[in-house]
Design a protein around this ligand. Structure first.
Ligand SMILES: Nc1nc2c(ncn2[C@@H]2O[C@H](COP(=O)(O)OP(=O)(O)OP(=O)(O)O)[C@@H](O)[C@H]2O)c(=O)[nH]1
Length: 300
């Protein structure tokens, strides 16, 4: 809870100072003067709670709240309205639009602190549930649902910043034969070992690995060009070979191997879409399988 991030949206500097002073000992606080600055800040920063003023120059707080709740990316962020409008009609309007709480000005510090704490406690529990719903039960790495959200976010970031984004599709070779020969339980153990080796061998903090489905994994590599992506793909093939998981029924090796399809979006082509990137990686995978497996192929 200590490191929770709170965004204060208020054009009144005195309110900003008082709220910051009230919350700073416990939380990370950032202030912006209007709704436009709030949306700009949210493009690149994660926030756990928003304290939102209603009467502001430009877009007012109600409209800002409506837009926050309309966007999947900002919808889960709890909003507390802090407003000088103290009529029950105003409060009802804010709550109906999706605010979690409503504090009227002038406010007492203890009330602000208590209400913020309540909302952050609820948020923490919701985040935990969200996390549990995003993790694959077998391998304990991010699941397909988590991947879909993460990948869409990274794609937008890459288009906006004009930065490359690489994707690796990773598939265990002859895994049906492995299951048939060693049994489904051993198959599960193998999937766990492969997943953890893949996660432990991704170099950059921004690299992301998920279970794509069955015996297939996917890596999202923000900021990585073709060379870096292929270097990582080849390294992952080697790492999995070196796990030395016996697979006597594999026609190509005595141990478990993987095939990888790789592709890169260069951040400069707005015509392509995120799904085209997956399709390209899938084509690379098909070629890697056709070329004999146990290796990586880049498809642009
Ligand atoms: N043990 C176990 N097996 C799984 C799981 N998910 C998928 N599989 C198995 O993975 C196998 C995938 O087989 P295929 O798609 O035919 O591919 P493959 O045998 O790996 O052959 P190639 O990909 O062409 O090298 C199937 O037998 C699935 O039952 C799982 O959670 N646990």
């Amino acid at each position: 809870m200590k490191s929770a991030k709170i965004l204060i949206v208020d054009d009144d500097e005195l309110n900003q100072v008082i709220l910051t002073k009230t919350l700073t000992p416990q939380y990370q606080v950032h202030c912006v003067n209007d709704a436009e600055a709030m949306f700009a800040w949210l493009e690149d920063n994660s926030v756990d709670l928003i304290l939102l003023d209603i009467m502001m120059p430009g877009m007012d707080g109600y409209e800002a709240l409506k837009q926050l709740k309309h966007d999947d990316r900002t919808q889960p962020i709890p909003v507390i309205i802090i407003s000088a409008n103290d009529s029950s009609g105003d409060e009802a309007k804010g709550l109906e639009l999706g605010a979690m709480d409503y504090i009227t000005k002038p406010f007492g510090s203890a009330i602000v602190r208590a209400r913020v704490k309540n909302q952050l406690t609820i948020k923490q529990k919701n985040d935990l549930l969200e996390m549990l719903a995003s993790i694959d039960g077998l391998t304990e790495i991010p699941n397909r649902r988590y991947f879909d959200e993460h990948f869409a976010r990274e794609w937008r970031r890459s288009v906006r910043a004009g930065l490359p984004l690489s994707v690796l599709l990773i598939d265990i070779d002859y895994f049906k034969r492995y299951n048939d020969n060693y049994g489904h339980q051993k198959g599960d153990e193998c999937l766990k070992k492969v997943a953890s080796a893949l996660v432990n061998n991704c170099q950059r903090g921004s690299d992301f690995i998920a279970r794509y489905g069955g015996e297939e994994f996917v890596a999202v590599l923000p900021g990585s060009e073709e060379d870096t992506a292929m270097a990582l793909a080849n390294k992952l093939c080697r790492v999995i070979r070196e796990l030395n998981i016996p697979h006597i029924d594999s026609p190509i090796a005595e141990h478990i191997t993987i095939s990888i399809g790789a592709t890169t979006f260069n951040g400069d082509n707005n015509d392509s879409c995120e799904m085209a990137l997956i399709e390209n990686a899938d084509k690379g995978m098909y070629q890697a399988k056709k070329a004999g497996r146990n290796g990586a192929v880049f498809h642009s």
